[in-house]
Design a protein around this ligand. Structure first.
Ligand code: GLC
Length: 508
């Protein structure tokens, strides 16, 4: 019988997102690689995260920097080899770190052999693995727009039909209503589960089901791209299919889905009845402005609108949006945001480099490479001061982020007041406090600009105070409290500096 008190590891975990191109290069081509990740696993253990999610490292022509996969079951030579992946999985496990890989089910690369076969002729046995349609009087089959601009259909001269791509033309959408596609993609999951990965981050999973009639989207939605609204009921059955597969493996393998829909009820539906995704990304905090009202609203809505048993997730940044520090514009607020992130109820995801307080790199026009304009947040991680920052080359694929001589792992390790040490302190605190990892969350009345909430679990309690205001705030406290971790030095537990935040513990 299942132990009622048992908490699966991923609910207790903090996950660190690695963008492999920019983590650490070891072979001198200016692009990070799997050996670079392996080399710094001890640093991640020192930092105190529990798991890593690695953005795609599969074979890819890199039109979308790895999210256009041409072989799901091999490692791109820029990142290393399959043997490197096996070593990395083993090395992570030896250190007690879990490892999630990124699975991209909605689309392949146009260079994937499946698509080459599919586009070769109308009678190809793989024709129906993708969405091919006739046009309407020389125009595309419907009015859908693709994510990085332009229409979501491309005409293929060879066979005189259009194929669907919700992203770039180099990313044709798979046809998940075809059982052969389902079987082939399940094989991919098995391939990585058999190699020992602990689960998957699943790319734009809400997009995989399609209405075969491909109706136009209503004119009132205008030119909005399809990815933000694609939400077919058939997707849920497909997700239940891979949930069953993942759950059939021992060791609490897990899934976290990217559901890029703006509203929480839609996001919530992807947990199913505990039979769909284990976790779903919640995009609200990525866009919340730095005000008490906005954050209180996000916290309340997550509590109210996710069904019981749907375990929330929290993230401040990822490889698709501007970094939190860039969005907030200052170090103090970014430090307070770290306190917010790591004291929420739900699994936090830390995007590589936020723990160093990095800002987006300024990328001159001539060096821009991403079709989605996301280069800034993908700049390489500086490991040390000095021209090459611990990389084998001083000029990696993107420029360094600002102030890399000060904001780098080595310098910040030695500086008790650094952002890195704040993250480390918060991660250690979360580890030792069941209230922060698992407990209930109750918002408390506080002063105007101060957000206050209490976490509680089995007698363990913490009070979190976040001051969004420009002035020091003195919060009247009931009972006697001591500062566990504060984002800025505090004269007293209840006195929070401007844009400061603190976690307090009751004094016994
Ligand atoms: C997801 C990824 C993003 C990628 C897109 C297409 O949104 O996070 O980086 O461009 O899917 O795969």
């Amino acid at each position: 019988m299942a132990d009622a008190g048992h908490v699966p590891w991923w609910r207790d975990a903090v996950v660190y997102q690695i963008y492999p191109r920019s983590f650490l290069d070891t072979d001198g081509d200016g692009v990070g690689d799997l050996r670079g990740i392996e080399r710094r696993l001890d640093h991640l253990v020192w930092l105190g995260v529990d798991a890593v999610w690695i953005s795609p490292f599969y074979r890819s022509p890199m039109a979308d920097f790895g999210y256009d996969v041409s072989d799901y079951c091999d490692v791109d030579p820029r990142f290393g080899t399959l043997a490197d992946a096996d070593r990395l999985i083993a090395a992570a496990h030896e250190r007690g770190l879990r490892l999630l890989v990124d699975w991209v089910p909605n689309h392949t690369s146009d260079q994937h052999p499946w698509f080459a076969e599919s586009r070769s002729s109308r009678s190809s046995p793989k024709r129906d693995w993708y969405h091919w349609r006739d046009g309407r009087d020389g125009r595309p089959p419907n009015n859908w727009r693709a994510a990085f601009g332009g229409r979501a259909w491309t005409f293929d001269d060879a066979t005189g039909q259009w194929y669907l791509h919700l992203f770039l033309p180099q990313q044709p959408d798979l046809n998940w209503s075809n059982p052969d596609v389902v079987a082939a993609m399940h094989q991919v999951l098995r391939f990585w589960l058999d190699r020992g990965v602990d689960g998957f981050r699943i790319d734009v999973v809400h997009c995989i089901g399609k209405d075969p009639a491909f109706p136009d989207q209503p004119a009132q939605l205008g030119e909005i791209d399809r990815v933000g609204i694609q939400n077919e009921p058939t997707t849920h059955e497909l997700i239940r299919g891979f949930r069953r597969l993942v759950d059939s493996y021992p060791g609490e393998r897990t899934t976290v889905g990217e559901v890029n829909l703006g509203d929480l009820p839609s996001i919530a539906s992807f947990y199913g009845r505990g039979d769909e995704l284990h976790m779903v990304f919640n995009f609200l905090p990525l866009h919340a402005p730095w005000t008490k009202a906005a954050w209180q609203d996000v916290i309340e809505r997550v509590a109210q609108e996710l069904p019981t048993g749907a375990w929330p997730t929290w993230a401040l940044s990822n490889h698709d949006v501007r970094r939190i520090r860039t969005r907030l514009g200052g170090e103090d607020a970014a430090r307070a945001a770290a306190v917010l992130l790591l004291t929420q109820r739900g699994t936090p995801f830390v995007y590589q480099g936020d723990e160093l307080g990095l800002e987006d790199a300024v990328v001159p026009d001539a060096h821009r490479v991403d079709p989605g304009g996301r280069d800034g947040c993908r700049a390489p991680l500086p490991w040390e001061p000095g021209p090459s920052h611990g990389w084998p080359t001083p000029s990696p694929w993107l420029p360094w982020p600002p102030e890399a001589d000060a904001r780098n792992a080595a310098s910040e390790r030695d500086d008790r007041a650094s952002m890195l040490r704040l993250y480390r302190d918060l991660l250690a605190l979360r580890r030792r406090s069941p209230a922060l990892r698992r407990g209930s969350l109750h918002l408390r009345d506080a002063l105007d600009d101060v957000l206050a909430y209490e976490r509680e679990w089995g007698g363990d309690r913490r009070l979190v105070l976040v001051n969004f205001g420009d002035r020091e705030a003195e919060v009247p406290l009931e009972g006697s409290w001591a500062v566990d971790v504060a984002s800025r030095p505090q004269p007293e537990p209840g006195v929070v500096p401007a844009h400061g935040a603190a976690v307090l513990a009751p004094e016994r």
